[in-house]
Structure formats: structure tokens, C-alpha cells
Ligand binder design. Structure first.
Ligand SMILES: [Zn+2]
Length: 316
């Protein structure tokens, strides 16, 4: 993360806290009754909190549908949601690029837990992203994302022991659903021939997906969206797509498709190869769920949508 980015975040928070007479030494609020107030960074993390917490929790989300977490800069409204929360869940692994330091520095102020923090390091993909060492997009490997459920269940149970049995049952039901989801994904993707399993997207959110389900994954912008696309990279991608006659590339809901369109224009001009640009309502959900009422409004819905779109575009 850049120093400039950090400065913006901290200044914003000082301004918000000062007017409210905020005591910087105060800890998180005590739980005196239900609901347990839970604040999450991304919609994907919030989905786990809601499923495991059920009726006992009230979930707030900082980054809404379609918001890119790598570039997210916290606003003053976020401070209130964090300060009022009994529990804070974030992804971790530097996904929330500009907020990562904030959680580290305020670990006494908030009960903040990184849901990806329990995943053993040897199961993580190595990638340099916004100051971290690992690829943060763990949710696209469904069995790997199951680790997040345990973190949420244990944190809620510690804080609210009266609800422990409920959290345990909710977590078990959700884990079983995720096992079914993983089987469904494998069955659906099994229809795509091995040589066609190439996923070209706006940014490298799908590395774990590729590893789990046997795809070669190529991202235009690298693992974070916070870096600019250079001409050498653009040329490299055009050559790759053109020479391998890749049939389709995919846009993402949380990343504008500007860069991809330019690459496809190059492919058409240099290789006379027409590539399908899969976007609009078929854009892949990458770092955020869809809004209420969309197919991607829940984590299982997001995975099903993505897999359905990928299978339709790449299967014979
Ligand atoms: Zn991302």
C-alpha cells in the first residue's frame, strides 16, 4: 500500500472520530443482548457471517455489491459501523489493500477477525499483492473457503456462548451445502474439454479457481487491480489470445472492462480472430457479490452463476 493511501484513510478517521468525542482507548462494545452487531468488509465475507449467525446477528457491510476491495478507501460512515460492531470480519491476506493496516493497528479497538486467516499457509497461492505474500482470492476454491465458516462460528460462539449451539448447527448445514456446491461445480466444468480450460479475465481473481478446477487462468491486471496495465502486458495478452484462438474472455462485475476491450481490438486487427467478450449480465462476480435479487446475491449463487457462464462460453 502506498503512504499516500494510508494518509487518506487515517485522516478520514481522525475527522470522523473527533466530532463525536470518540475515545481512542475505548474497546469494542460489550454484548448486552441480541442482535450481535457484525460488520464485514466485503459482501462475500458478510454472506458467511449471515449464514452462520442467522437470526442472532445483524450484519452491516462496508463495501457493497460491485465494489472493488483492492482500491477501496474507507469513508467516515465506516468508522461508525466498525465502532458499533461487537464483531468485525474481514477477508485478510491484504485483499482490503488500503484497510489492512487499519485492522492491524486497531486490534484492541475492534474485535476484528480475518476469515482467511485460519487457512494453513501451505494451502495458499504465493503472490505479491498490495504488500502481502499470498493471493487473497481464496473464495473461488469452494473447499478452501470452508475455512472461513469455522472462523465465523468460533468468533460468534466465544462472544455469544448462549448461541453456540445455533452457530454450530448453522455452520454444519452451510458446510454441507458447500460440499454439495463443490460437487456440482466439478460436474458442470467436467463438460469442458481440457484444452479449452483457459480463463482470461480482467484481473487475477481466479487463481484458486484454476488450481481447484483445472483451468489455466490469465488476468489482465495481475492479482490486484491497483496497478496499471502496461503496453508490454497488453501485447503479450493479444498474442496469447490470438495464437491460441481463445474463444472467449470474461469481464468482472467489480472491474471496469476498459483494458480487455483494447486487447480484443488488437487481437482482431493482428490475428483476424474474433473473441467473445462475456459481460453485461453475464459478467463474472469476482471480488463482490451481486446486489439483492441478482443471481449472485449469495456466495453459492455467485459460484453457480460464474460456473454456468464459463461452461456456456467454453464448452463445445
Ligand atoms: Zn481481486
Amino acid at each position: 500500500m502506498s503512504l499516500r493511501g494510508l494518509g487518506v484513510v487515517l485522516l478520514g478517521f481522525v475527522a470522523a472520530g473527533g466530532g463525536a468525542g470518540c475515545n481512542s482507548h475505548a474497546g469494542p462494545p460489550a454484548l448486552t443482548g441480541l442482535p450481535v452487531r457484525v460488520t464485514c468488509t466485503t459482501t462475500i465475507v458478510a454472506d458467511v457471517a449471515q449464514r452462520v449467525g442467522g437470526d442472532r446477528v445483524q450484519v452491516e457491510t462496508l463495501m457493497g455489491a460491485g465494489v472493488d476491495p483492492h482500491k477501496y478507501i474507507s469513508g467516515s460512515g465506516d468508522r461508525k459501523k466498525l465502532d458499533q460492531a461487537h464483531l468485525v470480519f474481514f477477508n485478510g491476506l491484504h485483499l482490503e489493500g488500503k484497510m489492512a493496516d487499519l485492522f492491524e493497528k486497531n486490534h484492541d479497538r475492534w474485535r476484528a477477525r480475518a476469515v482467511a486467516g485460519s487457512i494453513p499457509h501451505e494451502k495458499l497461492r504465493t503472490a505479491e499483492v498490495d504488500g502481502g505474500e499470498h493471493d487473497p482470492h481464496v473464495w473461488f476454491d469452494v473447499p478452501l473457503w470452508k475455512w472461513s465458516v469455522g472462523v465465523v462460528r468460533d468468533a460468534l460462539s466465544d462472544l455469544d456462548p448462549a448461541g453456540a449451539e445455533v452457530y454450530k448447527a448453522n455452520a454444519a448445514a452451510y458446510l454441507a451445502e458447500l460440499d454439495d456446491l463443490d460437487r456440482e461445480v466439478r460436474a458442470k466444468l467436467g463438460a469442458i474439454p481440457k484444452e479449452k480450460r483457459i480463463l482470461v479475465t480482467s484481473h487475477d481473481a481466479f487463481g484458486y479457481f484454476g488450481r481447484a478446477y483445472g483451468f489455466e487462468v490469465i488476468g489482465l491486471e495481475g492479482v490486484s487491480t491497483a496497478s496499471e496495465l502496461g503496453t508490454p502486458r497488453r501485447n503479450e495478452l493479444a498474442t496469447l489470445i490470438g495464437t491460441r484462438r481463445i474463444p472467449a474472455v470474461f469481464t468482472e462485475t467489480s472491474v471496469p472492462p476498459v483494458g480487455l476491450q483494447g486487447v480484443l481490438d488488437d487481437v482482431r486487427a493482428k490475428y483476424q480472430h474474433e473473441v467473445k467478450l462475456i459481460g453485461g449480465e453475464n459478467a463474472l462476480y469476482s471480488d463482490a457479490l451481486g446486489g439483492p435479487g441478482t443471481p449472485g446475491a449469495t456466495y453459492p449463487g455467485m459460484v453457480r452463476h460464474n460456473v454456468g457462464v464459463i461452461a456456456a462460453a467454453l464448452a463445445p
